[in-house]
Write a new protein. Structure first.
Length: 727
C-alpha cells in the first residue's frame, strides 16, 4: 500500500474512534513508514488500527508477533530488543485482507527534538536573521543516509490525536536546510561518535509556552500546578472535572429552560440563557495547555525513544521560579506517556537577550530556575549553558552548532558512557568568606580560564551598604577569589545577573559557567533554627499540597503558654521569600486545635492576646500588639459581623465573619490584628490546594480584606505554615 494512501486510511480510522471501522484493512500508526528508525536495545511497540477482533501479525528482524484488535479496533505488539543495525530491512504487517511492507527500516538511536523558535530555527533560509552560521554549507553537504528525520507540521488540537502527517526521510541536501539546526548538529555529532543510525523527531513551534507541550498527566502530578490541571481536565471528556462541568451545564440550562417555558406560556419576558461555563470553552489555539502535545507529540506516543532535547523558555520569561515546576510537569508527563520512566532529557539554558529594561532581572531568575531544575534531577537530566554564544540584539542566536554540540556532549557522557567526553559546565561547589574576599570552588572543572587570559567579567558583591559593586575575580585552578576594592565586609555575590551579560569564564573543556548568586540565609531560616532549639514543633503544613509534612500533635504532652505561627512563601515572580512569624498567648490547651481547621476539629472565633509580629511580608504592621482575633473553622461563612467584633464590617469578609453551613465547607484559617483592622495572614478554601486563598496583610479584591475568593495561593510556588508551642 502506498504511504500516502496508508496515512489517509489511518486518519479516517482514527477519526472513527470507537465506531465500526470502514473496512477490514489493517493500518499501522502513521509513524510506521518507509525509512524509519527503531530504537535499539529496548523493547518497542508497533501499533495501529483494524476491525474489532481481527488478527494482526507483525514481522521484523526474525521476530514474529501476532495479536487481535480490541473492541475499539486498536492493536499493539511488542518486539524484544534488537541491536543497532544499518541494514535496510522490511517490516511486514498483515491482516485478513491486506499485507503492508514498510521498507528501508534500520535500528539505532531515536531522539525527540522539541521546543520553541530556537529549536525550530533552521540551518538556512533567505532571511539573514533566521538561519545558522554557515548553515547553507552544512545543508549542501548533508548526505546522511543513516540519519532519518521527521518534521511535524505546526498544528494544535483540543484533544489527543492519533493521526498525523509523519513521514520519515533520510537527511539529505534536499531537506536539511529546513530542519532544526540545533537538532541537526546534535544528531550529526551522535552519528559520528556512535556510528549507528540516528532518528530525530522534530516537533517545535516558535513563540510557544511550555504548557501547550505538556500532557494532562504531567500537570496532574505537580501540586503547584493544580489550577492548570483543573483547566485541562475540565475540558477532557471522561475526567471527574469534565463530568462535574457537564453536570453544571445540565443544571444551569435545565433551570433556565423551566423558566423559559413558564415565561413563554404566560406571555412574559423570556429569560436569556446562562453563559456557557468558561472551563468548558476552548483555549488559545496554540498556547492553551496540552494543545500542542495533543497534535504534535501524541501521534508519536508510545514510540520507543532514547531521549529528548528541549530548547524553550523565552515565552515563559515572566514565570520565575514556578517555571521549574512546569519543567517537572513536562518531563514527568512525557516519561509516563512514552512508558520510559528514566528517559534522558537534555535542555538548553536561555541565551542572553535584551527583553527590555523592566525585565532586566527576569532572565537571570529563569537561568537560576533552569539550573535548579537540572540540579534537582539525577544524571538523566542535564543543561547546556550557552551564555557565551548569545546575541543581546537577537533572540535567535545564530550559532546553533555550539548548541547542538553541547547537547550531544551531555548525551554521549551520560547516556552512552563516554567518560572521555566532558559535558558539564562548571558549577559552584563551595563558598566561604575570608576577610573582604569570597572564595569560590567549582566542580566539573579541573581549572578555570578566560579567552586570551582576559579579566573575568560579570561578578558583583554586596557589602554593608546593601548595594552591588563590580568585583574582580582571580583564578587559582578551579577556585576563584572575588573581591571589590570598596567592599570591606562582603555578604552577597552574584554572577551574570543581567539579561545582556555574556559569559567569559570556562572550564578546561571550553564549557562556560552559568549564572548564580550567593545570599545569606533568610531571617525566617534564623528564626526557624531558634524556634527549633527553644520550642516544640507541632505542625509543618505544605499549603500547595494541602497536606502535613509533620504532625506531632499527639506527641505534645507538656502544657504550653505561647504559640508561634511561622508562615513562609515563595512568590512565582522571583521577588524572594516572604515570611511572617507571629507569637501569641495560647488560645487552646489542645495542640490538635492549632492546625488547619478541618471538619471535626475545634472551632475558634475569639480574641487572642500579646501578639509579637516579625517578618518581611508586605502590607503587615510589625511589632507588639495587646490583642487580635482568630477565625479558625472548616465551615462556609458570610460577611455579617455576627460576633460583634469592634470595627468589623457587615459587608466585607474580614475579622468579624459569621459561620454558615455546611460544616465541611469553604474553610477559614485567619489571624487578625483587630486594633489595626488588618489581616496578619489568611489561608482559606483548603480543598482547592494550589488554587486556595492565601495572603499576608489585607487583600484588596472587592468584597474581602481576608483573601476570601482570591485564589491567591496560585501566585506562590511554595508556601508553608509551621506551628510551634512553648513557654
Amino acid at each position: 500500500m502506498l504511504l500516502s494512501t496508508r496515512l489517509k486510511m489511518f486518519g479516517l480510522l482514527a477519526l472513527a474512534g470507537t465506531t465500526t471501522l470502514l473496512s477490514a484493512t489493517v493500518v499501522p500508526a502513521p509513524i510506521f513508514n518507509d525509512e524509519m528508525i527503531l530504537q535499539r536495545d529496548t523493547t518497542f511497540p508497533v501499533w495501529g488500527r483494524a476491525d474489532a477482533g481481527e488478527t494482526v501479525t507483525v514481522e521484523f528482524a526474525g521476530q514474529k508477533h501476532t495479536t487481535t484488535a480490541d473492541a475499539a479496533g486498536r492493536w499493539s505488539v511488542t518486539f524484544q530488543p534488537l541491536p543497532a543495525s544499518a541494514e535496510n530491512r522490511v517490516m511486514t504487517i498483515s491482516g485478513s485482507d491486506n499485507r503492508i511492507e514498510i521498507k528501508d527500516v534500520v535500528v539505532g538511536e531515536v531522539w525527540l527534538c522539541s521546543g520553541q523558535s530556537n529549536m525550530e530555527m533552521p540551518l538556512w533560509t533567505n532571511n539573514p536573521r533566521w538561519r545558522t552560521i554557515d548553515g547553507d554549507k552544512y545543508a549542501a553537504a548533508a548526505n546522511y543516509p543513516d540519519i532519518r528525520i521527521i518534521r511535524q507540521p505546526r498544528k494544535s488540537a483540543r484533544l489527543p490525536q492519533e493521526q498525523g502527517d509523519l513521514d520519515w526521510q533520510r537527511l539529505s541536501p534536499a531537506n536539511a536546510a529546513e530542519f532544526s539546526a540545533a537538532a541537526f548538529f546534535f544528531g550529526t555529532n551522535l552519528q559520528r561518535e556512535l556510528d549507528v543510525p540516528i532518528g530525530l523527531l522534530g516537533a517545535y513551534w516558535g513563540g510557544t509556552r511550555i504548557e501547550p507541550w505538556t500532557p494532562p498527566v504531567g500537570f496532574n502530578g505537580v501540586p503547584e500546578l493544580a489550577n492548570i490541571a483543573y483547566q485541562v481536565n475540565s475540558k477532557l471528556p471522561g475526567t471527574p472535572e469534565y463530568k462535574a462541568a457537564a453536570s453544571k451545564v445540565n443544571t444551569l440550562y435545565s433551570n433556565w429552560l423551566v423558566k423559559f417555558n413558564a415565561a413563554a406560556i404566560s406571555g412574559g419576558e423570556l429569560p436569556q440563557p446562562p453563559a456557557f461555563p468558561s472551563e468548558l470553552l476552548p483555549g488559545d489555539a496554540r498556547q492553551a495547555p496540552t494543545v500542542l502535545y495533543n497534535q504534535m507529540i501524541h501521534p508519536f506516543v508510545p514510540y520507543a525513544l532514547r531521549g529528548v532535547i528541549w530548547y524553550q523558555g523565552c515565552a515563559n520569561l515572566s514565570d520565575g521560579p514556578i517555571y521549574r515546576r512546569k519543567m517537572d510537569a513536562l518531563l514527568d508527563g512525557w516519561r509516563e506517556v512514552f512508558n520510559n520512566p528514566r528517559m534522558p532529557f537534555f535542555f538548553v539554558q536561555l541565551a542572553p537577550y535584551n527583553y527590555g529594561e523592566k525585565n532586566e532581572y527576569k532572565l537571570p531568575v529563569i537561568w537560576e530556575t533552569q539550573q535548579k531544575f537540572a540540579d534537582s534531577r539525577d544524571q538523566t537530566v542535564g543543561m547546556a549553558v550557552i551564555n557565551d554564544v548569545g546575541n543581546p540584539g537577537d533572540i535567535h542566536p545564530q550559532d546553533k552548532k555550539t548548541v547542538g554540540e553541547r547537547l550531544a556532549r551531555l548525551a554521549l557522557n551520560r547516556v552512552y558512557g563516554r567518560s572521555d567526553v566532558k559535558a558539564d559546565s562548571p558549577a559552584l561547589a563551595e563558598s566561604r568568606i575570608e576577610g573582604n574576599t569570597f572564595v569560590l570552588k567549582f566542580k566539573h572543572a579541573e581549572s578555570l580560564k578566560t579567552p586570551d587570559n582576559a579579566a573575568v567579567e560579570n561578578f558583583e558583591i554586596v557589602g554593608a551598604d546593601g548595594q552591588y559593586h563590580p568585583a574582580t575575580a582571580v583564578i587559582d585552578g578551579n577556585t576563584l577569589r572575588v573581591s571589590a576594592a570598596d567592599v570591606a565586609e562582603p555578604v552577597m555575590l552574584r554572577y551574570m545577573w543581567g539579561q545582556t551579560r555574556k559569559g567569559n569564564l570556562y572550564n578546561e573543556a571550553d564549557l562556560p559557567l552559568g549564572a548564580f548568586r550567593i545570599e545569606p540565609p533568610s531571617p525566617s531560616e534564623a528564626i526557624l533554627k531558634d524556634l527549633e532549639k527553644t520550642q516544640q514543633l507541632v505542625f509543618d503544613y505544605d499549603l500547595i499540597k494541602a497536606s502535613y509534612l509533620t504532625n506531632n500533635a499527639k506527641q505534645i504532652t507538656t502544657p504550653f503558654k505561647r504559640v508561634t505561627y511561622l508562615v513562609t512563601a515563595e512568590p512565582i515572580d522571583g521577588s524572594g521569600e516572604k515570611w511572617l512569624a507571629v507569637t501569641l498567648d495560647a488560645f487552646t490547651s489542645d495542640p490538635a486545635g492549632l492546625g488547619v481547621p478541618v471538619a471535626g476539629k475545634p472551632i475558634y472565633q475569639k480574641t487572642v492576646t500579646n501578639l509579637v509580629i516579625r517578618g518581611n511580608a508586605p502590607n503587615v504592621e510589625y511589632g507588639e500588639f495587646p490583642t487580635g482575633n482568630i477565625e479558625f473553622w472548616p465551615h462556609n461563612y458570610v460577611p455579617k459581623n455576627g460576633a460583634n467584633v469592634a470595627g468589623a464590617s457587615d459587608q466585607l469578609y474580614d475579622f468579624g465573619d459569621s459561620i454558615n453551613a455546611p460544616e465541611d465547607g469553604y474553610g477559614s484559617m485567619q489571624l487578625h490584628n483587630t486594633a489595626k483592622q488588618q489581616t496578619i495572614f489568611a489561608y482559606n478554601s483548603f480543598k482547592k490546594k494550589a488554587n486556595a486563598d492565601f495572603g499576608f496583610g489585607n487583600s484588596n479584591n472587592g468584597n474581602s480584606r481576608d483573601w476570601t475568593f482570591s485564589s491567591a495561593l496560585k501566585n506562590y510556588s511554595a508556601a508553608r505554615i509551621r506551628v510551634f508551642v512553648g513557654n
